[in-house]
Design a protein around this ligand. Sequence first.
Ligand SMILES: C[S@@+](CC[C@H](N)C(=O)[O-])C[C@H]1O[C@@H](n2cnc3c(N)ncnc32)[C@H](O)[C@@H]1O
Length: 304
Amino acid sequence: MTQAASTASPPVGGGGTYAFTDHDFQIIANRAQADFGLHLTLAKKDLAYSRLTKRLRALGLADFNSYCRLIETEDGAEERMQMLSALTTNVTHFFREDHHFRTLREQVLPPLIASARAGGRVRLWSAGCSAGQEPYSLAFTLLGLCPEAAKLDIRILATDVDPVIIAKAKAGIYDNDELKSLPDTAKAQHVTDMGGGRFAIGAKARELISFGELNLMQDWPIKGPFDVIFCRNVAIYFDKDTQSRLWSRFAELLPAGGYLCIGHSERVAGPASTRLETVGVTTYRKSQAGTADRTAKPKEGLSR
Ligand SMILES: C[S@@+](CC[C@H](N)C(=O)[O-])C[C@H]1O[C@@H](n2cnc3c(N)ncnc32)[C@H](O)[C@@H]1O
């Protein structure tokens, strides 16, 4: 990203009334990059303006210069999270990019379930899980093949950096609109009508999943290994180097033969591409030569 000149620019986006200079934008972009790996070029200035004006309004601030001063202070930690929420999108739905769930059903899960039935440990991770539709779709797929999954050592870890969205995921309560992409069979088996247009995910799926807050840019209090990692439509916000480091960190946590599924507009690149081979659309498998200690015990923290 080029350093932008600190010229005052008229407010843009939604007819707002807050002064927002290129210099203000650069402070926000640098902070978002350092804390969350977000890649914001000057071309995103209008978007940043329209997404963040509601924060200025909520905080009663007069201009972006005051907002920048806030996020640069120690007390600004909470606002930095709000800023991330405003700058990224939580868009998701049940069985999004459903070819991944088909691959799981047909190729990936049957041998893993056989291994779990023989006493093995199986772990799946939904990294950047947003409001939970992705890990619940994983749980439904798993339960379709293995109704007794909760009695075996099979668990799903679901994490997101956004505390508000992870609380919604954990609650597992959705409205009619959010359930649109859920097939009727899954609805009948796993969803309870609570009345008032609210629907709750049933205990069988919920007990398979541990939800937790995790910023993918920081240390991970988890060791793995994970047999399957879903990190879809998250890395799209990151610059190439950050993406590349992320793929390598995932590769470390996969055993040989483990799978990584990423979003439709993302591609594994950098050093990890020698260890992760393409086996389907945005589906990668760690080559047998690559190693992860499958016997490693999970660290205390988010892993179960
Ligand atoms: C567009 S949603 C994708 C949800 C789901 N994986 C899917 O494909 O439907 C992107 C999610 O990534 C999360 N995210 C963004 N930056 C992150 C970071 N640094 N660490 C962890 N999660 C992050 C956001 O909070 C958001 O919930």
